[in-house]
Design a protein around this ligand. Sequence first.
Ligand code: ZN
Length: 430
Amino acid sequence: MSEEGDRRPRFRRYVGSENSLYSVETSSASSESDIDDNPESDGSGEFDKSLPATHRYLGKLDNVGGYTILDEGQVIPGMLAIHTNTLVFPGFTLPLVLRDFETDQLLEDIKKGYMFVLISTGKVKTKLYEYGVIMEVYETSARRGVINLKAKGRQRCEILPDTMTRNPWARMQKLTVKILGEPNIKSPISNSQLQTLRARRTNFGSDYKSLMRNYKYRRYHLSQYPYASWVYDHNELSYLVELITDNLAKFYVKEHLPQDPTSLSYWFVQNYQLTHEERLDILKCPSVLERLRLELRYLNMKRSLICGRCSIEIANQSDVFAMSREGVQSNYCNPGGQVYETITVSEAQNYTTVGEPSKQFTWFPGYAWTIIQCKCCTGHLGWLFTSNNHHPERFFGLAHSCLDIKKIKLMNDSDSNAVEGDESKQMQVS
Ligand SMILES: [Zn+2]
């Protein structure tokens, strides 16, 4: 796995410390972020879920502001590219810790433009994936040779082929990228309705409710077309949003899910348990319509989290819950610069804890972390978080890069039926 290559040898002499959120050698760099004594609770003991997304363990950073949207089709030669073992989609946050020895000139690039492209390996691990995400740095600080920063995903981009032969494992390099746009998706029948009728009863709607309000007339209208009406429904964004949020309601509070199609399509990637390959396919989708339709297909499969090394079951999808405002899966960075995409689950199995609980550099203010590893193969799995003051008292942060996703296919694998949420359907292992 990629973290093998990224782990710094100097961490190795500490037992399990490459898996720590904190290590002895970096104490000076992170002492500013001493957050252990902060009152993170409002007195009720309920954990403030907006805290993890602020990444306070990185200390106080300077706001460098800005919200830059680049032109579609714009080609940027020599853009700084950073490889981590995670993917971040537009709208989501990536925390990073960079060190002098790996930055040098490249640091100047970040300071100049405050933008870089996040890249990852493709389905074939020896190759760089041809799509990436433009990230904008919005907070940064440089202290004693350590640069802490937070960046937000802005736009998808394509990495132009002349640079694709570069080393996929290099943490930093310069690449030529082309900015991809977000095409405006219209209803497939938006141009076919008479203007006079459109004002009275629109056959398509920006949201599901208004689509359904005139559904009878929509069916009348669609009878002039060659295909069944559901074919057209499945090309309505509002309809897809409804299907997806309905399905996700098994795991999340439906009212909390984004209703905007584009936001939902990216929210899904950050919050549903997908394999690396599935995420790459979503990143490749040219529009929100394709993304949502693909995601609907992925919802057909039940998933569980298994050890990445020995495949023993670690957690169920039903145990996944949100500890952060950004959702159940968020990226966090340890002082060594290793980015971990962490899935929070209320219960886990087949693990053992390693070492004593520690609160240093904790990602969830007020919680102490303990490293957990696989009971079978002793592979690193993530951390157990515990607190005496907060609710919940304990939960697990599982590292996405240490796990595999086991998919269990529902019997009826068609877009329309299986996703309509029939829990009683027979299951089979794919
Ligand atoms: Zn294992």
